[in-house]
Design a protein around this ligand. Structure first.
Ligand code: PLP
Length: 395
């Protein structure tokens, strides 16, 4: 191995370990369902993004198997060579219908969708106004486009309006985009889409909403844009198939013209092999299930409300979440790490989230109740929260 590389790695690994930014990775013995097993010990799982339980739903698994049997384990090529199978077309039509748009394009992940879609449209002659709490994949997609990135204070509509005005008046940009998460994953708050759309209309902004945590959750499952009835005013409805949909993949839903452009220009679509047929089949089934049984999304919200109420009654600060994302805010980084470790040892699997993912002094343990947790599992989790909180003098 190169000495230069060895020196670099030794130094950098020591640095991140010293800062407490290097965590060992837990390995699950089996599936990522409401209960998980780690090192042979069963735990109540409050760390996944599997909001609706589709990752382990028997009909979704069956659909993956069926599609694999018909179309094979892999797609065999990138979409534009001959890796577009009938099931990919079916998936995109299904996504467009799901999002109430003319068309949709599927990618291999939400992350590469943001990388590919933003950079296919925005150029170095453009500006992107970006909420400061946007997801890493949005930040990377914006950087890749080489557009000027203008950070906007989190959900601060006055700041957005002022920066949009400045950008327009500067006359320096061909196009200006505003990009935001639909639901912010660390606090569970929802973007103010009605005001965003109003400001966008005034300043002719392109609107891009990343609804990774909104799809399958808000708007009876159709997402935050549908929740506010703004399908006609949001240009890019981006989402992931890995969270509430429970499988893997990303997509943009929008006008036929936009999707045609992305299909001819976005680099992960042109140069990376398409989604596996099994993933495409599983996603179609998950969306079907969600749309035909509204009880699944309702169960998610019921469980979240139940769990939140009990945590508040126990004396915890759960922040400003408007969605099932339930942070338990502790503040101090060390305290947050110790608290999470004790919860895990007692049987509740949660993730501590600390600086730099959230601001310094805003450490929290994030809980993701799902539609498939039973009330008994949630009760058990709350009783462990109470025990650990009392032992540590937090509540
Ligand atoms: C998780 C997430 C992504 C990435 O999605 P993957 O399909 O997991 O790659 C993109 N944007 C946001 C806001 C996310 O939360």
């Amino acid at each position: 191995m190169s000495d230069v590389l060895t020196r670099f790695l030794s130094q950098k690994l020591a640095e991140v370990k010293e800062k407490g930014l290097y965590s060992p990775i837990d390995v699950l013995d089996g599936a990522n369902g409401p209960l998980i097993s780690i090192d042979g010990k069963e735990k109540i799982n409050l760390a996944s993004n599997n909001y609706l339980g589709f990752a382990t739903h028997p009909a979704v698994i069956q659909a993956a198997n069926d599609a694999t049997t018909i179309y094979g384990a892999g797609a065999g090529a990138v979409r534009t060579i001959n890796g577009t199978l009938a099931i990919h077309e079916e998936l995109e039509q299904r996504l467009a219908r799901f999002k109430w748009t003319e068309a949709a394009i599927a990618f291999q992940s939400g992350f590469n969708c943001n990388m590919g879609a933003i950079s296919a449209v925005m150029t170095k002659n453009d500006a992107i106004l970006s909420d400061e709490l946007n997801h890493a994949s949005i930040i990377d997609g914006c950087r890749l486009s080489r557009a000027e990135i203008i950070r906007v204070k989190h959900s601060d509509m006055a700041d957005l309006a002022q920066k949009a005005k400045q950008a327009v008046e500067s006359g320096r940009y061909d196009k200006i985009m505003y990009i935001t998460d639909g639901v912010f994953s660390m606090d569970g708050d929802v973007a103010n889409l009605p005001e965003i759309v109003e400001i966008a209309e005034k300043y002719q902004l392109i609107v891009y909403v990343d609804d990774a945590h909104g799809s399958g959750v808000m708007g009876q499952g159709a997402g935050t844009v549908k929740h506010f009835g703004l399908q006609a005013s949001v240009d890019f409805q981006m989402g992931t198939l890995s969270k509430a949909i429970g499988v893997v993949g990303g997509y943009v839903a929008g006008s036929r013209q936009l999707i045609s452009w992305l299909k001819s220009q976005s680099r992960p679509f042109l140069f990376s092999t398409s989604l596996t047929p099994g993933a495409a089949g599983a996603v179609i089934k998950a969306i079907d299930l969600m749309e035909t049984d509204p009880g699944i999304v309702t169960a998610l919200w019921d469980n979240a409300a139940y769990f939140k109420e009990k945590l508040i009654a126990a004396g915890y600060d759960i922040g400003v979440s408007e969605t099932p994302i339930t942070p338990v805010i502790l503040g101090d980084e060390k305290l947050t790490q110790t608290f999470a470790a004790k919860l895990i040892a007692e049987g509740v699997y949660v993730k501590p989230i600390v600086f730099p993912t959230v601001p310094l002094g805003a450490g929290r343990v994030r809980n993701m109740p799902t539609a498939v947790h039973t009330k008994q599992m949630l009760d058990e989790a709350v009783s462990i929260y109470k025990k650990v909180g009392r032992d540590m003098g937090i509540i």
